[in-house]
Design a protein around this ligand. Structure first.
Ligand code: PEP
Ligand code: MN
Length: 281
């Protein structure tokens, strides 16, 4: 995208978080209505007890969305690939117990039907942003889609990918910046907050930030989350685990329960300073 295309850049304007025109309804809440929506949970669901423990904690501290991978797309095929369909019942029980809105990654169009009953938001992972067959199918569903940015995708390619879903008639699309691959190797990815500020000014879709994958380092998740809140992102997706050192995937970037509670406290302060608040029911 040529930045000269950005309308009114530099001119006095509304704060970024007030410009979204396509908030996405999630149960009784709306993501992109000016408030800040928090989604948290494990990278992968490991058992029903594990998911319930995380869900209970994040709910108590103000998250409305629960994330949890069932079908994992791991770079190394010899690592844990997720519980797959064995996780379905666990998710249904945890949703019943907590009322949280459930986000999970869909890796294949053939999963749409099985997910339909209990997955509230279909997550398209970074590796599938270019999977146009999957995006087209998701254009036909009447449920929200969270579209992560491909780790080597330009902002323009990411927005064009969203159009595959929108063109099918599904307007409930949430963008998620999750970091891109750059020459920098001291963090897992480079969290591109430029893109978030840019997309807030050029697109009507809500955009959230995933600093867990964006940094790969749990100690960096809170500072980058606060930056995301301050710059006007519509929300956050973060990984949380009761014992990150024994997590089956992405332990190095998972927040402990204490770290998550601290993050939520800090978020409230930053949002307050920006005249915003956490999304609540
Ligand atoms: C995830 O959310 O666990 C995940 C695999 O993310 P990404 O698609 O951004 O790598
Ligand atoms: Mn992960």
């Amino acid at each position: 995208m040529d930045t000269t295309e950005i309308q009114g850049l530099g001119a006095p304007r509304q704060p970024a978080h007030q410009t979204v025109q396509n908030p996405v309804r999630l149960g009784q809440a709306r993501l992109g209505d000016g408030s800040f929506y928090v989604i948290a949970g494990p990278c992968s669901i490991e058992s029903e007890e594990h998911l319930l423990e995380v869900a209970t904690h994040i709910k108590e501290h103000g998250a409305l969305g629960l994330r949890g991978g069932m079908f994992k797309l791991r770079t190394d095929p010899n690592t844990f690939q997720g519980l797959g369909e064995k996780a379905f019942e666990a998710v249904m029980h945890v949703k019943q117990a907590t009322g949280l809105t459930f986000f999970s990654e869909i890796t294949d169009p053939r999963q749409i039907e099985g997910f339909h009953e209990f997955v509230d938001v279909y997550q398209v992972g970074s590796r599938n942003m270019y999977n146009y067959a999957l995006l087209r199918e998701l254009g036909q569903v009447r449920k929200p889609v969270l579209l992560k940015r491909g780790f080597s995708a330009t902002v323009k390619e990411w927005l064009l990918a969203s159009e595959y879903i929108l063109k099918g008639g599904n307007n409930a699309v949430i963008l998620c910046e999750r970091g891109i691959r750059t020459f920098e190797t001291s963090t897992r990815n480079t969290l591109d907050l430029n893109s978030v500020a840019l997309v807030k000014q050029t697109s009507q879709l809500p955009v959230i930030v995933d600093p867990s994958h964006g940094t790969g380092v749990s100690a960096l998740v809170t500072p980058l989350s606060l930056a995301a809140a301050a710059l006007g992102a519509d929300g956050l997706m973060v990984e949380v685990h009761p014992q990150p050192e024994s997590a089956k995937s992405d332990g190095a970037q998972a927040l402990t329960f204490d770290q998550f509670s601290w993050l939520m406290k800090q978020l409230r302060s930053v949002l307050g300073a920006c005249n915003r608040e956490l999304t609540h029911l």
